[in-house]
Design a protein around this ligand. Structure first.
Ligand SMILES: Nc1ncnc2c1ncn2[C@@H]1O[C@H](COP(=O)(O)OP(=O)(O)OP(=O)(O)O)[C@@H](O)[C@H]1O
Ligand SMILES: [Mg+2]
Length: 222
């Protein structure tokens, strides 16, 4: 029996991973997911955009390199639509069931990319995020912070998608956006200097996760 299955009526957790393309989000999200399973927790790993059949179709539209003429507002709304479906279909039901949900990109990506990166109104994006997520706010958000050169080296792929093919000035604005978000919400958002090797970063992330797991146990013991 997993630790959480002992009492199923307590909500789980939502942990999200953020950062520019190639920062190491998916690597760390996958490592934390496997660590949680090994420790006996009930966990789910999902990614954005995507994670449901509808959201994966929206992902294809968003990332298609042919869609260079996509309007910024279309991009914002498609990300929100993909998120709304993922939250309704997977994230919220699992959290309600006591599961620890790990999400590879979430609301802060819209703020950083469409807000700070594209220049759309950040207050409007916060409201749209609240609508799309039914106000499901992460318990903890890890922003993996690496410089653009490191990210480019790590992400080097032969056929970049539409977002990956953006120029450096855009990526720099996105990175600055993540820094601003971390400053504005220090209780939720942790900036992880991401230049270190994979295992060292995982240990840092694990140490930061433990207090949240303790909270989960405390609420379950009541
Ligand atoms: N700390 C690290 N040191 C060196 N290489 C790393 C590190 N973390 C990840 N990598 C490597 O960098 C590449 C990109 O990592 P990963 O896919 O996790 O990044 P990502 O942030 O999820 O990228 P994307 O935004 O494109 O999905 C992978 O080949 C991965 O093995
Ligand atoms: Mg990834």
């Amino acid at each position: 029996m997993t630790k959480q299955k002992e009492k199923m009526n307590q909500p789980g957790l939502l942990l999200t991973f953020e950062g520019i393309d190639g920062s190491g989000k998916s690597t760390q999200a996958t490592m934390l997911f496997h660590r949680l399973l090994k420790e006996g927790y009930n966990a789910l790993l999902v990614r954005e955009p995507g994670g449901t059949s509808i959201s994966e179709k929206i992902r294809d539209v968003l990332l298609d390199i042919k869609h260079q003429n996509m309007a910024d507002t279309t991009e914002l709304l498609l990300y929100a639509a993909s998120r709304a479906q993922l939250v309704a279909e997977k994230i919220k039901p699992h959290i309600d069931d006591g599961v620890i949900v790990l999400c590879d990109r979430y609301t802060d990506s819209s703020l950083a990319y469409q807000g700070y990166g594209r220049g759309l109104n950040t207050e409007f994006i916060k409201n749209l995020n609240a609508l799309a997520t039914q106000e499901t706010i992460p318990d903890l958000t890890f922003v993996i912070d690496v410089d653009l050169a490191t990210a480019a080296k790590r992400a080097s792929v032969d056929d970049p998608d539409r977002m990956e093919s953006e120029k450096n000035a855009f990526k720099k604005r996105v990175q600055n956006g993540y820094h601003a978000i971390a400053e504005q919400e220090p209780a939720r958002v942790v900036l992880i200097p991401g230049e270190e090797e994979v295992d060292a970063l995982h240990e840092k992330i694990w140490e930061l996760t433990i207090p949240k797991l303790e909270l989960l146990k405390t609420s379950k013991d009541q």
